[in-house]
Design a protein around this ligand. Structure first.
Ligand code: ATP
Length: 290
């Protein structure tokens, strides 16, 4: 599958192979008007504003010949935090990819407020979603401009307000050039935690109703982790959040947990209910957190 990006002003018509670049595609998701080779439905209906209740209905999905999701049903309540847990390769990121519509299901459908996302104007779906992952794509420009990529018409004050909300303002103004600091090639001059806070600032600026968090492999120092957790908590309030996570703090804060194994949902419920059930979640929990 080919994808092309049209990242406002900068890269024009760059084409990449999605298979090779999927992580990169997720990283770019927040910034630019990304076009995929899936039907963009430019004249299709826009996603109607609503509480943002997401459902996967009997979703089966294969990357080419390789089936990686099998009859997955998920009910992701509006305005709450839903965690997806499971071992590596269980299909968690694939679920996220389908919600972002980087791919369409082979069978079944994904809906938001009962609207099948495959029929919607793709740009309206992208506007409703913000993705915060462990990798943040940064352009080789200033911090100010890097945050503004999430909403090119935002004023400097809007950008700074978003950075404050993301607990990024403090570290930014401590840099010699403040918001004008050049971040270097893909943010080489910033730490992983700082890059992630820029990604959260972008999500604030975008003000999307759905927040997709991928905490799976992020290795952060304790202070960054705490700041990011606080920022995500503020950002997440009232929004529908889906988190792929191994972090105990996120799992404990979740309203609902889905446990995946080999492309299937094998258990779901509140943390308390899952611990009481003494099933796969309890095993995973004991292994990870002793
Ligand atoms: P992790 O926790 O390691 O990120 P995950 O639960 O998110 O794993 P997925 O990334 O969704 O799992 O992968 C599910 C399966 O699909 C794996 O077997 C993986 O190798 C395969 N897979 C993932 N992406 C692709 C792709 N682009 N093409 C082919 N197979 C893929």
């Amino acid at each position: 599958m080919l994808m092309c990006y049209d990242p406002a002003r900068r890269l024009s018509q760059m084409r990449v192979r999605a298979e090779a670049m999927l992580v990169g595609v997720r990283m770019l998701f927040d910034l630019i008007d990304m076009k995929t080779s899936l039907n963009e439905n430019p004249d299709g209906p826009a996603l109607k504003p609503g509480p943002a209740h997401i459902r996967l209905e009997d979703v089966t999905f294969a990357y080419g010949e390789r089936k990686v999701l099998q009859n997955v049903d998920m009910d992701i309540p509006a305005g709450q935090l839903t965690a997806i847990v499971g071992l590596s390769g269980a299909g968690k990121s694939t679920v996220m990819n389908l919600i972002m519509r980087l791919y369409d299901p082979t069978e079944g459908k994904v809906t938001i407020d009962a609207q099948d996302i495959s029929g919607l104007r793709a740009s309206s779906l992208r506007r409703a979603l913000a993705y915060v992952g462990q990798d943040t794509f940064l352009f080789s420009t200033s911090i100010l401009e890097n945050i503004r990529y999430a909403r090119p018409d935002a004023s400097d004050d809007d950008v700074k307000a978003a950075a404050e909300a993301a607990f990024a303002h403090e570290f930014i103004i401590a840099l010699p050039q403040g918001y004008q600091t050049q971040v270097g090639e893909n943010g080489a001059f910033l730490s992983g935690g700082q890059r992630q806070r820029i990604s959260i600032a972008r999500a604030f600026l975008k003000n999307a109703s759905i927040l997709l968090l991928d905490e799976a492999t992020s290795a952060l120092d304790a202070i960054s982790e705490e700041k990011i957790r606080d920022a995500v908590q503020v950002l997440g309030r009232g929004r529908t959040r889906v988190a792929i996570t191994h972090r105990l703090s996120t799992i404990m804060a979740a309203d609902l947990v889905y446990v995946m194994e080999d492309g299937r949902v094998i258990e779901s419920g509140s943390v308390d209910a899952l611990l009481r059930a003494d099933g796969p979640f309890k095993d995973l929990y004991d292994k990870q957190f002793g």
